[in-house]
Design a protein. Sequence first.
Lengths: 312, 251, 382
Amino acid sequence: MAGILVYSENSKNAHELLTAATIIGSALGLEVRALSINNDTQAEDLAERCGEVYRIKEDSLKLSDTSAMASILDQVVRKLNISVVLLSSNRRGKELAGRVAQILDSGCLTDVYGIEVRDDGNIDCFRNGLGGLTVVSQVIDTEKKVIAIVPKIFEAMGNKITGVIRDVEVDVRSSGVNVVRTKTKVRDAVDIETSDIIVAVGQGLANKDDLPQVEKLAQLLEGEVACTKPVATDRQWLSEERIIGLSGKKCKPNLAILLGISGQVQFTVGIRDAKTIIAVNTDENANVKHISDYMLVADIKDIIPELIEKIS
Amino acid sequence: MNIIVAIKQVPDLDYIRIRDRRPIMEDVPQVIGDIDKSALAAAVDLKESAGGNVIIVSAGDENLEDTIKEGLAAGADEAVLVKDARLAGMESSVIGTVLAATISKIENGGLIIFGEGSADNYSGQVVSRVAQILGYPQVGYVNWIEIEERVAQATRSLENEEETVEIPLPAVMSVVSEIKEPKIPSVSSILKARNKPKRVYTLDDLGIEIPENRYVRTVINLAPVSQRKGILIKSVDELVKVFESEGIIRR
Amino acid sequence: MEFNLTKEQQMIQSAARDYAEKAIAPLIEDIVEKNEVPLEIIEGLKELDLFALPISDEYGGAGAGYASYVLAEEQLSRICPGVAVIVSVNNVGAAAMSIFGTEEQKKKYLPMVTKGDGVFSFAFTEPGTGSDPKQITATADRDGDFYVLNGTKRFITNSSYEGPMIVFAKDTETGHINGYIIDKFCEGYSISEPWKKMGVRGAPLYDVYLRDVKIPQDNILGEPGQGFWILKVAMALGKIGICSIFLGAMLAAYEEGLAYATAKTHRGAPIAKFQAIQMAIADMFMKYEAARWMAYRIGYLADNARDKGDILKDSAAAKIFITETAIDVARIALNIHGSYGLMEDYKISRVWKDVIFGPQVEGVSHLLKVLVAGEIFRDLKG
Ligand SMILES: Cc1cc2nc3c(=O)[nH]c(=O)nc-3n(C[C@H](O)[C@H](O)[C@H](O)COP(=O)(O)OP(=O)(O)OC[C@H]3O[C@@H](n4cnc5c(N)ncnc54)[C@H](O)[C@@H]3O)c2cc1C
Ligand SMILES: Cc1cc2nc3c(=O)[nH]c(=O)nc-3n(C[C@H](O)[C@H](O)[C@H](O)COP(=O)(O)OP(=O)(O)OC[C@H]3O[C@@H](n4cnc5c(N)ncnc54)[C@H](O)[C@@H]3O)c2cc1C
């Protein structure tokens, strides 16, 4: 029986992929299989969630070597008669997806945030089109399919079963990429995706010294601080974990307050599912007005302290 | 050693209007996406240490030569283009094949740089496809590059860590926009762009046939329905009232 | 007939727009308050070749022609007319020198104002006259191989920056009005306090005092006796700058009016749904479009005229139409704003003060109309 293969170096993502795989697998009659590379704990965790786990132990195989990794996936796909490969749409996953798809001569979709299996057996994949202006639904028409799914879209599969772990032999073909050093990014444990209330700041915040005020406001409202991409990547005032948008997180809070954010489409895709959106911007013509329920045309420098005062 | 930058011509998203949820693509100007501009700026920075030229490769429709002037104005030395009406909106698998074939026509190409994702589709798979077709090693989401003789060092910016790797050249990389902020081109570089060397191929020249069946089919492409109230409020007091009515705070 | 911008023109337009939005817009309040443009903006414009677009690249300009110049100036002025005025006056001086100057003069002065540390000034207005150069009273006395200049020039843009200035003065020997080139801040050169000006802040105006300013006789621009013609041609080219500046201000007014109409609500719906407002929007659009193509065409004509003096009639007509239309559009945008337009919190109040003086500068409208009519009659007589 043909199978559907799940792989991510990130265990949590892999568990989420299992949920997606089960949905697709049961609709199409595909056996779900998980792959774990050089990570015994992960293999065991996966075995509590998936009947068949395939394990590779090869010291010479490095995650950082995308070429070698893709070749491994190709080998596993052929060995196990896989027709759908599910990867995580994190950065490693996206990089891997295209290369695996190319070896398999198949179609590939990344950044997929929704899946529907149709009666005709097609898997409708939902993703952003035109930088987020549109939502597209796409179908891969090749025999084998590679799909990379955005983290945290599906619930992680719970540990309910005892599956088997099988070792697979593969042929490692290093492309000569070697890690020289790694540096952990300053971790920010925040989880803006599940937050009920979000206070997001953009480049309209002129001064880093005003950031504590924003944090205070978020605290008062029992929400989390989030931001636009340039605030995190260019100015580095907040961690990248807090970016909302196309290359950040997709959030669906009850309330989002957008402070000094212009509302360009790459940002709005990440917040348009919020129930209520309030924007504060000096520019009454800012695009953000089109996505807001309430808009206050004002300087956030004045508004934030006043708001804090009035609600504390 | 030459540095090759793959650049995609994309519709200027600011000019796309939505009518009945459908994007109207007529009369939308074609431009180079922001991340590709950063990729190019990074390449121009590396030019000296690589000791070669910065060469743009791009595949697209008739507008391509005009659009690519933006890249030549931004500091690229030459362009190798594949121009074919059939390439407009073409899927990643075909573009990967076309770009790989084009890159093979360039001598002494040591480093091939892509933007992490295109401004319109943002799928990020063309870079990996090209690397695979050429059989080159790759490193994605790079925010720092240094070239030394036949190897490069590059830092891959992942969600939780920065991973600096050594990678033999020739190699393929994708970069994040943080790698380099693109500069506004000067008027004289804009005017000089048209005189920079350019090679233009067709799909026939490259011996590439577009497969009859698509790998990926788009079923729906519609703007999401948005039903926002769009109420203009005038004071913090009104804002507080909104909080109250939304049940965020209680008095 | 071709109404599309070339890719190069689009790129130049975007470059100017990007620079205006990224570098100038954040400083606008400061510029308006201090009535001063920081030097780094001028340096930034020079680096991008936006400071001397039409001037030949042989002398450090961009050699991009007047059509591109119009596009760039419009974008600069959309954000800050003061910056656009500084650029415009620089180009009047530089263009006059490009056309009438000797090779030595061009080599000495043009690189300074295209790439170097200088900014050109062009001084004809005096306390006693602006519209009528025949009334000029500043004097040039021949003293051996030198001229000695004396007089007061009024409302002179860029006179606080280093660089060359073309001064129009009367040769006391021949009675001719000539253009003389001086280095600002040379001995005998001084300026007044800046005039307290209500609009176009950022480009301050000073009175310039010349007291026995001694210059070599080679520093005359063009042939002796050619002064009026130089002034005419320079003013014809200068009007291209004025057209673009007021076009940019008009665009700003249009954008402000449109934004307000869609943002301001009345009983829960934007005021844009009222027909009266819709007519106002359509009026602004029509007027801006008409002005735009007139301005763009003047740029085109200047690039294609064999003799720049040939554009006199057309540039005067465009200048009258565009500066007056800018007031119309700003007025409509003000009306859309209701009482808010009076408030300095709203950009339209500033735009209004910027556009209001257009018909008075570089030739007041009715005098220009007389000039236009004169040219029409001359053509009739053939
Ligand atoms: C492929 C791609 C992916 C991207 N992904 C993302 C993404 O995931 N997330 C993201 O955010 N961006 C993303 N971007 C970038 C995006 O296009 C925008 O550049 C970014 O969202 C703009 O951030 P901003 O609104 O903070 O800044 P700006 O656009 O600079 O807006 C600042 C706003 O603040 C207002 N303002 C200024 N001063 C004040 C004040 N004192 N009080 C009140 N308001 C004020 C201004 O009027 C303006 O509207 C991406 C871009 C590309 C090309
Ligand atoms: C922002 C700005 C920048 C400037 N920059 C410069 C500069 O760099 N260099 C420079 O030399 N000048 C500059 N000027 C001055 C400007 O060019 C003159 O003010 C303008 O030419 C009008 O001259 P005037 O003010 O002396 O008016 P006048 O010539 O005195 O005119 C006053 C009024 O009398 C009318 N009038 C005058 N003569 C006649 C006539 N013969 N028939 C009928 N009506 C007549 C006019 O129509 C007008 O209504 C600048 C002005 C401004 C506002």
